[in-house]
Design a protein around this ligand. Sequence first.
Ligand code: ARG
Length: 254
Amino acid sequence: MKLFKTLACTALTLCAVFSVQARPLDEVKKSGTLIAATEGQFAPFNYFNGTTLTGFEVELAELVAKKMGLKIQWKTLGFDALLTGLRQDRWDLVIASHGITDERAKAVTFTAPHYCSGGMIITMDPAIRTGKDLAGKVVAVQTGTSYLENVQKVSAVKEVKNFPTDVDARSALNSRRVDAWVTDRFVAKAVVDKNPNAGFKLGDMLFIERIAAAVAKGNQPLADAWSQGLAAIQADGSYAELSKKYFNEDVRCH
Ligand code: ARG
């Protein structure tokens, strides 16, 4: 296979085809390490506490990997780069609160979902609560997220402003450069809980989504091994304990 790969690489187009092989499950197991990528800017799911990467998804991934008999080597990148990197075989798995969408499923293979949530409206103006209230308003979302298409779907918004991170979208709301911000329901709740006097108001949920990890398209054995590990932590109580610690409720999909 190695020789074939080298030969094929003399023709440039074929080389591109052959160099995008995802690491198969056997190879990952042999190395003992799962290379996982996340963003690190989406608290409480994946974020930095000082210089330490942590969050519900980071701790969950560590538990799942342990069930798989693996350690994790973490990479953190901009949200936009995460799924693309799977196709370039730069990491084995992405866990960064991606909602399962048909569009994304064309490009990557999703595992079983590790939580269920949805996009929620958050504002500084108690008069804006529902999708209808967003008509004529300027709404902030993070670039590349499922919030963009869903905000456009529900209402005749004046403008949807894209921000490189969800933290930037939040800052835009906080400084009233936008009328509303749409983000994950648990992100929104955490922001309100942590800043009770900042004037944030929670609005309605615009849509619901199932959130899953993703592997390279067609790497089904790795996706299945991950999903089995996830099922194991959901069965032995460790998922419930972790979910309670972060959210004070069980966020698994039912
Ligand atoms: N759930 C949303 C989506 O699927 C947002 C994900 C944002 N994740 C992040 N790490 N910033 O697009």
